[in-house]
Design a protein around this ligand. Structure first.
Ligand code: GLC
Length: 440
């Protein structure tokens, strides 16, 4: 039971844990997924991107995440090394087996594009320390160049994603289980210096060798699997680190998991999204399967589940990044592929209510509805029908016309202090009905 749970994603784990007895102890993996982003907002606010440089990201709404590395070989998720207590020297042997025969990042990028994604992010290096690129700064030459692959796997990814017209992002985890100093940074100053130096140098490599990178997705900016990223700021100096990043990539969009607040917030795991419109741009990150890294078994999310999360995020100022974990040869599973393709079909039909919109003008009601807006259109996303009709409050501008994006009928009337909308059962969209309200 505990073992299985260690592979569960953040908020799913949170829900289970909340239901379980309070006395239960969490695995480090669960704690990692649940850790709050409590970065100090007064730290280097000058590094925040101006709104004009964030606009493309806010317009994009949907991205595909790829967790890929040596952990794809055992297929037990990306926490395998730590969770199964595999000694670093033993784990390192996987590198000699890592030779992805079917690595074709163009097919990944095409899939992401067909899914309607506007950006794609690859784990250049996860907590196991293995770098997917040719990284001279890698401690112990633990990189794709010195693995059976004998080549840089990040460069073709960046080219492929760009080639398909998507924005490109790289994930990097400063956390590296191979360093004893990660667990005891104050007691092992020499090891700690090497550990820190590796991060600074590797991130510099990633930021300077592959042309323009649009997103830097930090993860694991904490220490000893305890505290938060902000608690580890004394060690990583995230202001200095991100200042270096900005020098190399002036308009890169940075997430908050380095201990610096970042340009957007992250909420992890597939739990339902609730509450009002959030002030800061944010991203819901979850994996389509049980773990982030490749696992051959377990459920895969359906496109309806993904679409609902997407709608629930977008009506609250958020984006969604949905993760796939390719196998050791670089192949994305059939079921993940089908889910993504179905999301793409949905976005083809309903994308007008998603891309390039902003949330509002009315606040969402959990489980019921929410709105996005663009120009004179307000898109009403109806998540469920409380009865034959739905009542919503009035909008800042008068509605002159309603249009059902599913192509079917819709009737509407202005009522006291709002509008009443109804759509015949057969004309409702699955899993969400979207009505465009054109205003004067
Ligand atoms: C967590 C996990 C990690 C995963 C990440 C993605 O913090 O440690 O395995 O890469 O979330 O959001």
């Amino acid at each position: 039971m505990i073992r299985r749970r260690s592979l569960l994603q953040g908020a799913a784990a949170a829900t289970m844990i909340a239901r379980a007895s309070v006395a239960q102890t969490l695995t480090d993996e669960q704690k990692s997924a649940l850790k709050p982003s409590n970065a100090d907002p007064t730290l280097a606010p000058d590094l925040l991107l101006p709104p004009k440089n964030m606009a493309w990201w806010r317009d994009a709404k949907f991205g595909v995440f790829v967790h890929w590395g040596l952990y794809a070989i055992p297929g037990k998720g990306e926490w395998h090394m730590f969770a199964d207590k595999v000694p670093a020297a033993e784990y390192a042997k996987l590198a000699q087996e890592f030779n992805p025969r079917h690595y074709d990042p163009t097919s990944w990028a095409r899939l992401a594009k067909d899914a309607g994604a506007r950006y794609m992010v690859l784990t250049a290096r996860h907590h196991d320390g293995f770098a997917l690129w040719n990284s001279p700064a890698s401690y112990g030459q633990f990189d794709a160049m010195h693995a059976a692959a004998h080549r840089d796997l990040v460069a073709p990814f960046v080219d492929a994603v760009r080639g398909e017209g998507l924005h490109v992002g790289l994930y990097y985890s400063p956390l590296d289980w191979r360093f004893p100093a990660y667990f005891r940074p104050r007691e092992l100053p020499e090891n700690a210096a090497l550990f820190k130096q590796q991060t600074y140098r590797q991130v510099e490599e990633l930021m300077s060798r592959y042309g323009k990178i649009d997103i830097l997705w930090w993860d694991g900016g904490w220490l000893a699997h305890s505290g938060t990223d902000a608690d580890a700021a004394w060690f990583w100096e995230p202001d200095k680190l991100n200042r270096m990043v900005r020098r190399r990539q002036p308009s890169i969009v940075i997430n908050p998991r380095s201990g610096w607040q970042g340009d957007f917030d992250v909420e992890e795991g597939p739990a339902p999204i609730t509450g009002p419109i959030r002030r800061r741009p944010w991203e819901k990150a979850f994996s389509l399967s049980r773990a982030w890294g490749y696992t051959p078994d377990g459920d895969v999310m359906t496109s309806d589940q993904v679409v609902r999360l997407l709608v629930d995020a977008v009506i609250r100022n958020g984006n969604v990044i949905a993760n796939v974990g390719p196998d050791k040869d670089g192949v994305i599973g059939q079921r993940e592929t089908e889910t993504l393709e179905a999301v793409g079909r949905w976005l083809k039909r309903y994308g007008a209510a998603i891309y390039g919109t902003r949330p509002g003008p009315i606040e969402p009601v959990d489980g019921l509805y929410g709105t996005t807006q663009k120009g004179k259109s307000v898109f009403l996303h109806i998540l469920s029908w409380p009865s034959e009709e739905l009542r919503i409050p009035s909008l800042p501008a008068r509605v002159v016309k309603a249009n059902n994006l599913s192509g079917g009928a819709v009737t509407w009337k202005a009522t006291d202090g709002g509008y009443t909308i109804s759509v015949p059962e057969a004309a409702r969209g699955r899993p969400v009905t979207i009505i465009e309200l054109q205003t004067a």
